[in-house]
Design a binder for this molecule. Structure first.
Ligand code: GAF
Length: 400
């Protein structure tokens, strides 16, 4: 494992125990159900999900845990064990978002109400070890835990895909980030040792075994919080939609950027939309192609070719899609110089968070030290290093 700048991430078992113990202390009885939902990485295919394209995420061994029990009234009592914060409200008046962690839970109830599903009061304690704001989808994990727990408790009979859609809709309509489906899908459907190849149009998915041999997945967290991300994220979506509208006038078959090809972008779109729209669309079309070629390389166990696609993905995200930041660019440039790193790129929505690196295991310590020092000299603090393993998705851990 990496050395000095490895953060003190709580081991999973103690985090899980802490959440149920805090539940019992605060609410005075044991929870009826304990569920967990993981964070995710994405190997390649960034900002392609809301363009109906492909993504290749995986659930990881960092989790959110949620303990729940019934109340006799119609209230919602929440406890965030990591923050030591509480919140109470009535289920009959799901109000407007308040801009903190409670929105991810209340947003799910809001979705149930919109679907005409009423539940009675519950006590909930939630906590975990997914770094927040690091681009590892801690928010999706909260939403997925919530819907999964309510589905168990009230026997709502939802399928996993329905839960994914409810969790995403909570983020879109309550939290206000028009995210795609990738994060919630990966959190709910993750499988140990596997990535998920998801076609975001048909919603067909396939588990791709990820045999890394002597390599590991190293996340380097810039600790830059993506505060601008939600506004900029929604702007990127609008730019993509603008590109689709322009293309459709010439090519009626283009329903989303998924249907566009390089020639359409270079010979048609370039001349009919503002330059920024052209650059955004060019990135998306190229990233979808990179993902497909990259996935074939992974299936052949050709990690070196896959790694090259990761570097190219970063260049596109930084230069064409403009969702990187100096800290992420710096880490990827350093990674290009490291022989032990065979691929690296920024990950997730962007504007901060982590880079994902595929690295030869024996060199982890020395590389993390070297990159950490260089980063410190430039930005005045070290990135946090996490090694992650691919894990199972949302699950029931225990019930009374
Ligand atoms: C965020 C979103 F939530 C995802 O849906 C996806 O668009 C990602 O950014 C970029 O690939 O994580």
């Amino acid at each position: 494992t990496p050395s000095a700048n490895t953060p003190k991430v709580q081991p999973l078992l103690s985090t899980q125990l802490a959440v149920s113990q805090r539940f019992s202390q605060y609410f005075g009885s044991e929870p009826d159900f304990l569920v967990s939902s993981p964070g995710r990485i994405n190997l390649i295919g960034e900002h392609t999900d809301y363009n109906n394209g492909f993504v290749l995420p995986a659930a990881i061994d960092k989790q959110t845990f949620l303990a729940i029990s019934r109340r006799t009234d119609n209230d919602l009592h929440l406890l965030a064990t990591d923050l030591d914060e509480t919140w109470q409200g009535s289920l009959s008046q799901v109000g407007t978002p308040v801009g903190n962690w409670t929105d991810y839970l209340v947003g799910v109830i809001d979705q149930l109400h919109r679907r005409g599903v009423r539940i009675s009061g519950v006590n909930i304690a939630m906590g975990g070890n997914i770094p927040v704001g690091a681009g590892l989808s801690s928010s999706a994990a909260m939403e997925c835990c919530m819907i999964f727990a309510l589905n168990e408790m009230f026997r709502l009979g939802l399928t996993r895909l329905e839960m994914v859609r409810i969790a995403q809709a909570a983020e879109n309509q309550y939290v206000g980030v028009k995210c795609g489906i990738m994060d919630q899908f990966a959190s709910v459907f993750g499988k140990k040792g596997h990535a998920l190849l998801l076609d975001c149009r048909s919603m067909k998915s396939e588990y791709v075994p990820l045999d890394l041999h002597q390599h590991a997945i190293l996340l380097l967290d810039t600790r830059v919080k993506h505060s601008l991300a939600s506004g900029e994220y929604n702007i990127r979506r609008e730019q993509c939609e603008m590109g689709v509208r322009a293309l459709r006038k010439v090519y009626p078959q283009v329903q989303s950027l998924r249907d566009a090809n390089r020639a359409m972008i270079e010979y048609t779109l370039k001349d009919i939309v503002p330059e920024l729209v052209y650059l955004r669309c060019k990135y998306v079309v190229e990233e979808n192609l990179r993902l497909q070629v990259g996935t074939e390389a992974l299936r052949r166990n050709d990690l070196v070719s896959f790694g090259k696609k990761m570097f190219a993905s970063h260049t596109g995200l930084s230069k064409l899609y403009d969702v990187s930041c100096p800290e992420l660019d710096f880490l990827v440039e350093l990674a290009r110089e490291e022989h032990a790193i065979i691929g690296a790129r920024m990950m997730g929505g962007g504007f901060g968070g982590c880079t994902i690196n595929i690295i030869r295991k024996p060199f982890i310590n020395e590389v993390v030290d070297r990159m950490g020092k260089a980063f410190f000299l430039r930005f005045g603090q070290e990135p946090l290093a996490h090694i992650c393993n691919l894990a199972d998705g949302t699950q029931l851990i225990s019930n009374k």
